[in-house]
Design a binder for this molecule. Structure first.
Ligand SMILES: O=C([O-])CC(=O)C(=O)O
Ligand SMILES: [Mg+2]
Length: 548
């Protein structure tokens, strides 16, 4: 058995865990302790040290950890999530301190139910983020070193959507790794073998999904950072039988659609073209690129286009250049968007492709930094008065261009969103903010809505609803500042709004299993959602895990 257990304590106050026999100093108060925790955080040098400190705090005093997340969101989120979590994954086997979730390996096939059964608080389980470490952010196959991504996403479920900490189960599946560096590393924590063939993996996954639904009947599963082929395969295989979604395909799809809707409004206003005249070039055709393209397609059809018209607004570029049918030998997931109207020799350079396509929007999901060169950015600015440029690759070091470059080479006209955070910056005397088109705006609210409605599955309409909910959530001040996404500090309010839309979509699709929510009008539903969000600022907050 290679399961590693996190003994999730139900006591989440500071200094009084059941395995912590000493009495805290009598004068210890929340109000000063949060200041103390922040000062300790600031005393750490490199971001990875801050990450280690924060994760230790989470294990020791979960409520203080989440207070820091909620009250210092802009500072703490980049430390526990992208970009620092990328480094934490790369170094996981070296910085490892304690179990933080379940590692279940291919050797456990036949015994998965028993391993899941060791989880301490089964009744509270509501959400699991499951990765197989095969495509962590843009960092490739990290094997079990992918565990921090599951842990990090779940910290955001708690901080951003108020899921109770005891309701979250981080899981990393160990099918081996094809990265020799890890296999050669004496400290590597995973199996020392190459990844097993897909057939063997699928047998495991069938057992795993079945046992998850038996051991944790109220659990929603989020697939994370599976390699592209498996991401599509397993989403397709399980989505009609279990409540499951894929964050990289659907979460990224929804968050980019949302930013695109807001950017396209501004861009279309500047060019006096209708929204549906946008021409969208995807640089990167993996799970995220195709997931986003699918989401845009369904939006365009909602706006009245036929499916074929919508499909023709999209061009994909992969490592071999423009994706077109006559090129031959295309991976299955690229075929649908392959162009049939181009038959010449392969178009390989991004500049020549831009010249041919004349895109109004350029979306980067390639994980190749620096590919949106000054020439590319200038070309985009020459095509559209407000070009949409979204370098979305994560973490920040893999971004296709920086915010500063995008501003500079478009004379500040760019409508910009990146996957990882960029600092605000002064341009031409005006303070400009980079939109962060990260799925953290979607998955916490989507998950919360699915959990509260007890959705039996996650429909496309629920994902779409999350995108529209996010797009409509900009405040008047945010709109006036030209933002594409709401300010991160408002994320709990945003997640509540997203969750509400998702509950309604689940009801419309008939997949909800919490009929009481059908009787609520919108203000009542909003109250219901908010009252079920656990808040670390309250000593004994409401708990999704306990109440539903
Ligand atoms: O984790 C993130 O920041 C976004 C994401 O899902 C990915 O890049 O795979
Ligand atoms: Mg991901």
């Amino acid at each position: 058995m290679t399961a590693i257990l996190f003994n999730s304590s139900s006591n989440i106050g500071h200094g009084a865990q059941h395995d912590w026999p000493l009495r805290p100093p009598p004068s210890l108060s929340d109000a000063t302790h949060i200041i103390r925790c922040l000062a300790q955080l600031h005393s750490k040098g490199p971001d990875i040290e801050k990450y280690i400190f924060l994760l230790a705090l989470k294990a020791r005093e979960p409520r203080m950890f989440y207070r820091l997340c909620v009250e210092h969101m802009k500072e703490v989120v980049p430390l526990i999530y992208t970009p620092t979590v990328g480094q934490a994954c790369q170094e996981y086997s070296h910085i490892y301190r304690r179990p933080e979730g379940l590692i279940i390996s291919i050797k456990d096939k036949g015994n998965i139910g028993a391993i899941l059964g060791t989880w301490a608080n089964k009744a509270a389980a509501r959400i699991s983020v499951v990765t197989d470490g095969s495509r962590i952010l843009g960092l490739g196959d990290l094997g079990v070193n992918g565990m921090p991504i599951s842990v990090g996403k779940l910290s955001l479920y708690v901080a951003c959507a108020g899921i109770h900490p005891s309701s979250a189960i981080p899981i990393c599946l160990d099918f081996g790794t094809n990265t020799q560096k890890h296999l050669d590393d004496p400290l590597y924590l995973g199996l020392r073998q190459k990844r097993v063939p897909t057939e063997e993996m699928t047998e495991f996954m069938d057992e795993f999904m079945d046992e998850m639904s038996v051991v944790f009947p109220k659990l929603l599963v989020q697939f994370e950072d599976f390699s592209t082929d498996h991401a599509f395969k397993y989403l397709d295989r399980y989505r009609s039988g279990y409540p499951v979604f894929n964050d990289d395909i659907q979460g990224t799809g929804a968050v980019v659609l949302s930013g695109f809707i807001n950017a396209a409004k501004l861009s279309s206003a500047a060019s006096s073209e209708p929204l549906t005249a946008q021409r969208i070039l995807f640089f990167g055709a993996g799970s995220a690129g195709v997931g986003v393209a699918m989401q845009l397609l369904s939006f365009f059809t909602m706006e009245g286009m036929t499916e074929d018209e919508a499909r023709r607004r999209v061009w994909l570029v992969d490592s071999k250049g423009l994706v077109y049918t006559a090129r031959g030998q295309l991976a299955e997931h690229k075929k649908y968007f392959a162009r049939t109207d181009y038959i010449g020799p392969p178009l390989t350079s991004l500049l020549s492709i831009i010249d041919y396509v004349r895109p109004t929007a350029l979306i980067g999901l390639s994980t190749i930094p620096g590919t949106f060169t000054p020439e590319v950015l200038r070309a985009m600015a020459s095509i559209s008065p407000r070009p949409i440029v979204f370098p979305l690759s994560n973490p920040v070091a893999l971004s296709e261009c920086t915010f500063a470059e995008a501003l500079k080479h478009t004379q500040g006209n760019v409508l910009f969103a990146s996957g990882s955070p960029f600092e605000d910056m002064l341009f031409d005397g005006t303070m400009r903010s980079a939109g962060q088109g990260n799925n953290m705006y979607i998955f916490p609210g989507l998950g919360l809505g699915a959990i509260l409605s007890r959705a039996g599955r996650v429909t496309d309409s629920m994902v779409e609803a999350s995108a529209l909910g996010l797009a409509n959530s900009l405040s008047a001040a945010e709109e006036a500042a030209g933002l594409l996404y709401p300010r991160i500090e408002r994320i709990r309010e945003i997640s509540a709004q997203v969750a509400m839309r998702v509950v309604r979509a689940a009801q419309e699709a008939g997949v909800d299993r919490n009929p009481a929510l059908r009787a609520l009008n919108d203000p009542e539903l909003h109250m219901f959602v908010k009252s079920h969000m656990w808040d670390p600022r309250r000593a004994q907050g409401a708990s999704v895990g306990q109440r539903l």
